[in-house]
Design a protein around this ligand. Structure first.
Ligand SMILES: [Mn+2]
Length: 269
């Protein structure tokens, strides 16, 4: 089985729909998103102002994504990042497997384990928002964003084949082109250390994460795990294909068709 893995779409409906269409055209039936998807956002529920913890009819990005997944007849799974509606995700009804489903989209809560293509997968979303001062609670920020010791404990220490996280483990040095305030770096590092602990406990062959808006493939120091950090939407390194048969990865080439290119131009003018 081949699975498309992508990260950090930030409520970009055009990119989401194009990626899903391209994946389906290339015969892919499964997509896993690594967080900062921005689904179930309060502004997608205009009929429930201020009631972000209630279910209702969704519009906007959530509706576009849900419709695209249904039209492509694909399975869409996602973990949470930092910029996600954690309050909403936390009260989604869970199945016995621990997974939650809403509008045809499957949420993988932190610490969830599941099997796909005969492989053992683990999910551990969450991260610290380095720009949290510019964000507002219940509008575009939720305090439950950070990875916790409980999340790591829930994931357990049984061996995994594939670990899915939003944050990058602390052992990996990030080539970021900006300097974080020391307090911010320290705060971000709390989540990064929990992710590092999870890699060391579950010893996956392959690991995928996002969050830092850069593309990198490196071994995780102190482990036998190979980490693939994916870039944000509308960039070349936004997604990658995992073959569960061989546990190897390959490039995903997303070529927008000419007609789609025209449609995009029209919608922007
Ligand atoms: Mn992020």
């Amino acid at each position: 089985m081949k699975i498309l893995i992508a990260a950090d779409w930030h409520r970009d409906a055009h990119w989401a729909v194009e990626t899903i269409k391209a994946a389906r055209q290339q015969g892919l039936r499964h997509l896993i998103h690594l967080g900062d998807l921005g689904v179930f956002w309060p502004s997608d529920y205009p009929e429930l102002p201020g009631r972000t913890n209630r279910f209702g009819r969704a519009y906007g990005f959530t509706r576009s994504l849900s419709d695209a997944v249904r039209d492509a007849n694909m399975r869409f799974m996602f973990i949470d990042g930092n910029n996600d509606n954690h309050e909403f995700l936390a009260q989604l009804p869970r199945r016995r497997s621990g997974l939650a489903e809403m509008m045809g989209l499957t949420y993988l809560p932190r610490g969830t384990r599941f099997r796909l293509g005969g492989r053992r997968f683990g999910a551990l979303g969450g991260a610290y928002s380095v720009d949290r001062r510019q964000r507002r609670h219940h509008v575009d920020w939720w305090p439950e964003e950070e990875v916790t010791a409980d999340d790591v404990r829930r994931l357990g220490d049984g061996r995994l084949d594939v670990l899915l996280t939003h944050e990058v483990p602390s052992g990996v040095e990030l080539p970021i082109p900006f300097r974080l305030h020391p307090d911010t770096a320290l705060a971000a590092d709390r989540s990064r250390q929990f992710v590092q602990a999870a890699v060391e406990a579950t010893r996956p062959a392959q690991m995928f994460s996002g969050h830092w808006h850069l593309r990198l493939t490196v071994p995780v120091p102190g482990t036998d795990t190979l980490l693939h950090v994916l870039d944000m939407q509308r960039r070349l390194g936004n997604s990658i294909v995992l073959d569960t048969k061989t546990l190897s990865v390959e490039q995903f080439v997303q070529m927008p068709s000419q007609r789609d290119g025209q449609a995009q131009q029209e919608s922007q003018t």
